[in-house]
Design a protein around this ligand. Structure first.
Ligand SMILES: Nc1ncnc2c1ncn2[C@@H]1O[C@H](COP(=O)(O)OP(=O)(O)O)[C@@H](O)[C@H]1O
Ligand SMILES: [Mg+2]
Length: 403
């Protein structure tokens, strides 16, 4: 009896295996944002430079610092992931490294960042009622008790600094001050914003002073081809994506600013198109970058929007990078999140709707109304066919930063 069930389960599993595995695709995983490739394409020089900033890290008294900047898709996040993994395995047996990577876009407040660090240390959540200074010191005690060194990456750190000042960074930089000779925390600060340094108060600047800034240049077409090829080789059946297809992806992504994310997205949608058509080969014609039209939006069109119109649009862009369309209800929620990040109070519904109408009138978004399938009423769907959400997103972010 139980054997029968077991057999049934196996049959069931075989049949489920076919979901998502088509003529081209083997696994979708390499297309996801948090897949770290075993090797980075075209970043040897930058990894070398980062390594030189971490000279001496094998010694227990040493802590290091680095600042990494570069445009969206220049590989800042993946570089820090790769470096963290490589460093901790290199130091195995010599120094125990605990990795903590906090994306301040997702955890924008001081207490949220501290909570994320605590989670990486596998300790209890910091208890309520303690100051950030006290929590930082308890992190230090925890590290020392486990004879560990924390490599902390604060990614998109400008969001934390703009929201909560650089107080936490200051405390982390001083974590060992007045203590015995022992380095607790190495810090890598990551930001898209090259003026990040200006956000810091003088006391921080002088402490960071010695640490060099690593600027990641945009990728050129060949590097983008290499990046797309690397994903293709892991995600797809051999021989399904040809040179010509990869070349087109590389060319377009290079023209759009050297964004690796775009190259990967172009590959993914091209694969999807071929699969949908039932083909076993991905043609150059399957690569259809809607981003080509990004240029039709003038920078001034973004600049002339009011702050809250920008915030509404920013929320929409972020979601449309991953989805074809979103509901107006989601647009509202995303707007509220973006407001929180920018320490702005969200406007009421009436104003929000006015902003949505304005964005549509400007041709920045399109909306269609459909009768809702659930319950009564009609739902409005928002799409963006005139421009690439990712390109528009970075334009708005840059604009808000320099407002
Ligand atoms: N040199 C590289 N080699 C392989 N993949 C890369 C490289 N640079 C970036 N990627 C991939 O491109 C995408 C965007 O990179 P990411 O590190 O998120 O950029 P950023 O943080 O600068 O916006 C990720 O999926 C990442 O894995
Ligand atoms: Mg990043």
């Amino acid at each position: 009896m139980s054997k029968n069930i077991e057999r049934k389960n196996t049959v069931m599993a075989d049949y489920l295996d076919r979901i998502g595995a088509g003529k081209v695709l083997l696994t979708k995983e390499p297309f996801s944002y948090d897949w770290t490739p075993p090797e980075l394409v075209g970043r040897n020089a930058q990894l070398d430079e980062l390594a030189s900033m971490f000279m001496g890290i094998e010694n227990h008294s040493v802590s290091c610092r680095a600042i990494i900047t570069g445009n969206v898709g220049s590989g800042k996040t993946v570089l820090t992931h790769r470096f963290g993994i490589d460093l901790s395995s290199k130091l195995e047996g010599r120094r125990k490294i605990v990795l903590s990577h906090v994306n301040c876009r997702n955890h924008p407040s001081t207490s949220q960042v501290l909570q994320q660090i605590a989670l990486s240390l596998d300790s209890r959540h910091p208890e309520r009622g303690f100051s950030s200074g006290e929590i930082v010191q308890s992190i230090r005690r925890n590290l020392k008790a486990h004879d560990s060194h924390l490599l902390l990456v604060l990614d998109e750190v400008d969001i934390l600094v703009r929201r909560d000042s650089s107080d936490l960074i200051y405390k982390l930089l001083r974590i060992d001050e007045g203590q015995d000779e022992w380095g607790s925390v190495s810090l890598i600060l990551v930001s898209q914003d090259t003026t990040l340094f200006n956000l810091f108060e003088r006391a921080i600047k002088s402490r960071l002073g010695g640490s060099a800034v690593l600027v990641l240049p945009p990728y050129d077409a060949d590097e983008l081809i290499g990046i797309a090829k690397q994903r293709y080789e892991v995600a797809c059946r051999p021989g399904t994506v040809g040179e010509e297809t990869l070349a087109k992806i590389g060319r377009f992504a290079a023209e759009a600013g050297g964004d690796a994310r775009l190259a990967i997205e172009l590959l993914e949608t091209a694969v999807r198109r071929a699969e949908k058509a039932g083909r076993g080969d991905v043609l150059a014609d399957d690569v259809r970058p809607s981003t080509r039209r990004a240029a039709t939006i003038e920078p001034s069109q973004v600049h002339e929007l009011s702050k809250h119109q920008k915030l509404v649009l920013l929320g929409i862009c972020r979601r449309l990078k991953k989805a074809e369309e979103i509901t107006s209800g989601d647009a509202r929620k995303l707007y509220e999140l973006v407001c929180e990040e920018h320490s702005s109070k969200p406007r009421g519904y009436t104003t929000f709707w006015k902003h949505m109408k304005h964005l549509a009138a400007e041709g920045l978004i399109e909306s269609r109304t459909a009768s809702s399938t659930q319950g009564r009423g009609r739902t409005q769907y928002v799409t963006m066919t005139n421009t690439a959400p990712a390109a528009l997103e970075s334009r708005i972010e840059r604009d808000l930063l320099h407002a």
